[in-house]
Ligand binder design. Structure first.
Ligand SMILES: [Zn+2]
Length: 404
């Protein structure tokens, strides 16, 4: 009965937000620092008002919902922006989960200092960089980068913040006792494992390169095998070799992918002269990532030398995996067990605002399944009941923390 009431509440909230930013393809487009994102923040403030809660903002447009003004408090955070033609639950589920927790705290008359934080521009679709709002207030974003990155209209993040009346040199958030985030998994691990709840251990990081291989574009009929300089043949070796190195590190959860390849001139009767490929290595164990990284870099050198090809390897990113708070992870798992939830401890392949807070406060994350692992897609779908289940875990955990 109680679950039914909570389910009805979150369903109503999701339905209220559903039309905002609906695009022609039936998904939603709510880019960071756009008018549509503003409307989402306004809608959340509306829900808060109806619950008898306060809302406030900070210098960069993040929104906070709370019962009182606290000096020291826990944060339940996530985001309200989306990718282009994205789904309606990525980020939003975390905010509504936070509101549900605030509602329970209020209904039970508990004295737990919690602020629900809706961060701006978590997705990289607007400016090419992710977790903007949470990075700004945790002081993990460089001013130079803010000036370099631009949106589709050609405005830099720095200019955009200024033009909306925000302060790119904002002060650092203070008084945070701990951070929680509920998020849809965005993969199929929970579904395949038949679990309803994931307690996150670590958030993966990506090491990425562009690789340019230069061979010799020749006639495919008139050039004998022995004297060819085929760039695509080297690329083929690199693709399977990366798979092999990543396979060897599978026990450490490292993955390696070449998902982008451009072959030139890409013609039936021409030996490929140039290939551009994108190398993506991810994991949660820096040593393991580095091993695959070193191995593939060494192999690229060897294979290009052997085939007499020139190459250029351009690093794009070498991010650090983020380990979430060990004690909080174990406590969340214990709470899930007490609530008789089918849970598992797992890693996150995608990045989240939680990464930024992990740098300043004990941080924990709860995952719920999304249908077929589909996310960043209009067909993203979840079971609202799972939002209630995941929120209960955070609520019970907060109750325990407040008693300490
Ligand atoms: Zn998200």
């Amino acid at each position: 009965m109680e679950l039914y009431k909570d389910l009805e509440t979150v369903t109503k909230w999701f339905k209220a937000l559903e039309p905002i930013g609906t695009d022609k393809k039936g998904g939603v487009t709510r880019l960071g620092y756009s008018k549509t994102e503003d409307v989402m923040h306004g809608a959340i403030r509306n829900i808060a008002r109806n619950l008898g809660l306060k809302s406030s903002g900070d210098e960069v447009g993040n929104t906070y919902i709370h019962e009182k003004n606290y000096d020291k408090y826990y944060v339940i955070g996530s985001h309200l922006d989306s990718v282009i033609n994205g789904g309606r639950y990525d980020g939003v589920a975390g905010i509504l989960s936070g509101l549900l927790v605030l509602k329970w705290i209020k209904e039970e008359g508990l004295n737990i200092p919690v602020k629900v934080a809706a961060f701006r521009c978590e997705e990289s679709s607007a400016f090419g960089i992710a977790t903007v709002g949470s990075s700004l207030i945790t002081h993990t974003l460089d001013v130079d980068i803010m000036k370099q990155v631009k949106n589709q209209e050609g405005n830099s993040l720095y200019e955009t913040l200024k033009s909306k009346g925000y302060n790119p040199h904002c002060k650092k958030i203070e008084g945070v006792l701990g951070y929680f985030e509920l998020h849809i998994e965005q993969g199929r691990v929970l579904e395949v494992s038949n679990k309803k709840i994931g307690i996150v251990n670590a958030i993966a990081a990506a090491t990425r390169y562009w690789l340019f291989i230069e061979g010799r574009q020749d006639h495919s009929g008139a050039t004998p095998m022995g004297i060819r300089k085929d760039a695509l043949c080297a690329a083929a070796e690199i693709v399977t070799e990366l798979e092999k190195y990543a396979d060897e590190e599978a026990a450490n959860s490292t993955v390696g992918t070449i998902g982008y390849i451009a072959n030139s001139p890409n013609a039936f009767n021409v030996i490929p002269g140039n290939v551009k490929m994108g190398i993506d290595i991810r994991g949660i164990d820096k040593k393991s990532i580095n091993k695959v990284d070193d191995e593939i870099v060494e192999f690229i050198k060897k294979v290009c030398e052997k085939r007499g090809l020139k190459y250029k390897l351009v690093p794009i990113s070498k991010a650090k995996p983020v380990k979430l708070d060990e004690e909080l992870k174990l406590n969340l798992a214990k709470t899930a067990e007490e609530l008789k939830e089918e849970y598992m401890i797992m890693n996150s392949g995608a990045g989240h605002d939680a990464m930024k807070f992990a740098e300043i406060t004990p941080t924990g994350m709860v995952f719920i399944p999304c249908r077929d692992g589909v996310s960043h897609n209009k067909d993203e779908d979840i079971n609202f009941e799972d939002v209630v289940r995941g929120s209960k875990i955070i609520f019970e955990q907060l109750k325990k923390l407040a008693l300490q």
